[in-house]
Ligand binder design. Structure first.
Ligand code: RIB
Length: 303
């Protein structure tokens, strides 16, 4: 069973020719209100890729229409939402601009996500088959406690270091990696994390290798170049991405993480899990919004 502990947001998305620079104002003809949040995105990507009833989410939303519709959206997509609490703060909201190449810039107003605690998983039966999926949009101490509980029960932890905090103490990062089986980062996050731990990573490959020496498998997502896995014993794997013309890359990393968790939940080898995750992440980029293009199990191809 996959337990996603993380953020739920509503995304307000404006499409622009170019993402504004500091001090600049750009116009967009309209905007869309869609479902998002790294945690919710990963939960939905995992649920769409999995057999029924394999994914639960622990989260916190506001007592508002955004929160109610976000919870309904989880349920509609096959995610058990009994562990989604309602708080007095507003539901998290992300302000997203997407440029004509599909690249984005995101500001998250965290709202209710900031009050999520590990108490939220009290009703969940953790055991050796549990795969916890964590990110960086809810309080770190709560996520770390969840990771510890899951590992103490023999379960596994996939931790997506996104968004990489601009300041994050080396000791916290070290604790995080100590409680992580698979550490998922993009190229920039890999280098940031490596430098934070005293590595002299000139590129993401050096960074991935350095991070894996701490005892986790470090998976680096590298956009059009696919994904790379660095193992603690020095072994490396690479999966190539199929060429696509992206319209919106929002949620691609989340789709990758969700599908990776789903494949590992089915006890597939890491190489197969990485292939499915890469394929699914590229399909997501063909539709606007974080969740709209997330593929179903059939679309990923589970044969
Ligand atoms: O990874 C994409 C997500 O980041 C968006 O859905 C937004 O809510 C932010 O959390």
């Amino acid at each position: 069973m996959i337990l996603v502990f993380g953020s739920v947001n509503i995304d307000l998305v404006a499409r622009v020719a170019a993402i504004p620079r500091p001090g600049e104002t750009v116009l967009s003809p309209s905007y869309q209100i869609v479902f998002g949040g790294k945690g919710a995105n990963q939960a939905i990507a995992a649920a769409r890729a999995s057999l029924p009833h394999r994914v639960a989410m622990a989260a916190r939303v506001g007592d508002d229409s955004f929160g109610r519709s976000a919870r309904d959206n989880l349920v509609r997509n096959g995610v058990a939402a009994d562990l989604v609490a309602t708080g007095s703060e507003p539901t998290g909201c992300a302000f997203i601009t997407v440029d004509e190449h599909g690249e984005n810039a995101i500001t998250v107003a965290s709202g209710a996500n900031t009050s999520l605690t590990e108490d939220q998983i009290r009703g969940f039966r953790i055991d050796a088959s549990t795969i916890a999926v964590l990110q960086m949009e809810v309080p770190f101490s709560a996520s770390l406690n969840v990771a510890r509980q899951v590992r103490e029960s023999g379960g596994r932890v996939i931790w997506n270091f996104a968004p990489a905090p601009p300041t994050f103490p080396a000791q916290d990062l070290s604790d995080l990696i100590d409680e992580t089986d698979i550490f998922v980062v993009n190229e920039h996050e890999a280098i940031t994390a490596s430098e934070r731990l005293g590595g002299t990573a000139g590129n993401f490959e050096e960074a991935g290798a350095f991070l894996s020496e701490r005892g986790c498998i470090c998976v680096v997502t590298a956009g059009a170049r696919g994904a790379f896995a660095f193992h603690p014993d020095g072994q490396r794997e690479r999966v190539e991405a199929k060429p696509i013309q992206p319209v919106d890359t929002t949620g691609a990393g989340d789709t990758f993480v969700g599908i990776l968790a789903s494949a590992l939940d089915e006890a597939l080898p890491l190489a197969t899990a990485l292939e499915r995750a890469c394929h699914g992440a590229s399909l997501t980029c063909l539709a606007h919004g974080a969740q709209a293009g997330m593929p179903t199990r059939d679309q990923i191809g589970t044969a």
